[in-house]
Design a protein around this ligand. Structure first.
Ligand code: NAD
Ligand code: IPM
Ligand code: MN
Length: 373
């Protein structure tokens, strides 16, 4: 069959380390399951800045637009912290999301049973946890205008004389399309959506609540919908996360709430994500898959990074871009088996102990589990 085109952007820090393990997994599926990928590699983030002076070259952007799916490791790091804002590594990632119009960011948080004792919360709070955060990804305060840092010289009361501006801005259409994505996903899971905003203090939050309710009433009346203020949502996520099925929220709240949800699963190194656009003519969405974590400068280059978030991101690609749900499940089960066997990267080593392995050894164990070993 026609190969699927897969563009791999390892990025910075632990990005290339975890991506190397994904490449092993891709090779395994090609060799053993008849999947056919046309894999190419390119630069993003600080790595692209070092080579081209920009965090994402136009040519790379074009290749991402043309690919069936993009897999990204992570971007950023202390080496680039002092760069001008416009060429910071993070801008490369944000450009990909914006220009590919990847408005629905799916961040599932599942607690594997083997890690239930490792979470910072009690076992009975997290065991069996399976929630999905749908984060709006191409609008809100991340992209709203006006923005910038300006002088505020006419205001003598302002010590320092500057003002920093960002704008939270949502159109009804932007809210409706991400709400639809959340309801569609909920129909295939627990049939419940909780929408989070701060309608008590923000007009954009009022619009958010009204439009999500509109999509519900007109298109998905059979899905259960509740609304929650995002601060309460943060508290409820930690108090009793199993009350949730699908959470839909804006770009900034989704960023924060998904990092919090990560710790319910044991480690930020466990959380995958899929960023999806509208379906194209071929019925498939434009898509970028990446772990929720960053470049982890504190452990980069030491073989300590947990590759599971990136590997599970590839499992999401198998499911959402390539229609390979069986292969995705097979990969997820291999990860589950390795964890059940007590195999642990350092981030997963707690009081319970386990067999400590490096990034590459974790990849090898997952391949062995796939092969039935
Ligand atoms: P981070 O996610 O990189 O790290 C937070 C903590 O989690 C660190 O202690 C790190 O060691 C640990 N951690 C993260 N991933 C891990 C993994 N796979 N295995 C084991 N431990 C892991 O967040 P940060 O430190 O706030 O940010 C570092 C850099 O990464 C910044 O430049 C930031 O902008 C960038 N960042 C990029 C992305 C992305 O590329 N999508 C996401 C978040 C942060
Ligand atoms: C994430 C990251 C990014 C974000 C940064 C690196 C731009 O934190 O993917 O969660 O804020 O969206
Ligand atoms: Mn984040």
């Amino acid at each position: 069959s026609e190969p699927y085109s897969l563009l791999i952007l390892p990025g910075d820090g632990i990005g290339p380390e975890v991506m190397a393990e994904v490449v092993k997994v891709i090779d395994w599926f090609q060799a053993n399951r008849g999947l056919n990928f046309d894999v190419s590699h390119d630069l993003v983030g600080g790595a692209a800045y070092d080579a081209h002076g920009v965090p994402l070259a136009d040519d790379t952007m074009a290749r991402a637009q043309a690919a069936d799916a993009v897999l990204l490791g992570a971007v950023g790091g202390p080496k680039y912290d002092q760069l001008d804002f416009s060429v910071k590594p993070e801008r490369g990632l944000l450009r990909l999301r914006k220009e590919m119009d990847l408005f629905a960011n799916l961040r599932p948080a599942q607690c594997f049973d083997a890690l239930a004792d490792f979470s910072s919360l009690k076992r009975d709070v997290v065991a069996g946890l399976d929630i999905l955060i749908v984060r709006e990804l191409t609008s809100g305060v991340y992209f709203g205008e006006p923005r910038g840092i300006h002088s505020d010289d006419n205001n003598p009361e302002n010590e320092g004389g500057r003002v920093g501006i960002n704008t939270q801005r949502y159109t009804s259409g932007e809210i409706r399309r991400v709400a639809r994505a959340a309801f569609e996903l909920a129909k295939r899971r627990g049939n419940k959506v909780c929408s989070m905003e701060k309608a008590n203090v923000m007009e954009s939050g009022i619009l958010w609540r009204e439009e999500v309710q509109w999509v519900h009433d007109n298109e998905y009346p059979d899905v259960e919908l509740t609304h929650m203020y995002a601060d309460n949502g943060a508290m409820q996520l930690v108090r009793r996360p199993q009350q949730f099925d699908v959470i839909v929220t804006d770009n900034l709240f989704g960023d924060i709430l998904s990092d919090a949800a990560a710790m319910l699963t044991g480690s930020l190194g466990m959380l995958p994500s899929a960023s999806l656009g509208a379906p194209m003519a071929n019925g498939r969405p434009k898509a970028l898959y990446e772990p929720v974590h960053g470049s982890a400068p504190d452990i980069a280059g030491q073989g300590k990074a947990n590759p599971i978030a990136c590997i599970l991101s590839f499992a999401m690609a198998l499911r959402y871009s390539f229609d390979q749900g069986d292969a995705a499940a097979e990969l997820e089960q291999a990860v589950e088996k390795v964890l059940a066997d007590g195999v642990r990267t350092p981030d997963l080593m707690g009081a319970q102990g386990g067999i400590q392995v490096s990034t590459a050894q974790m990849g090898d164990k997952i391949i062995a589990a796939l092969a039935g070993g």
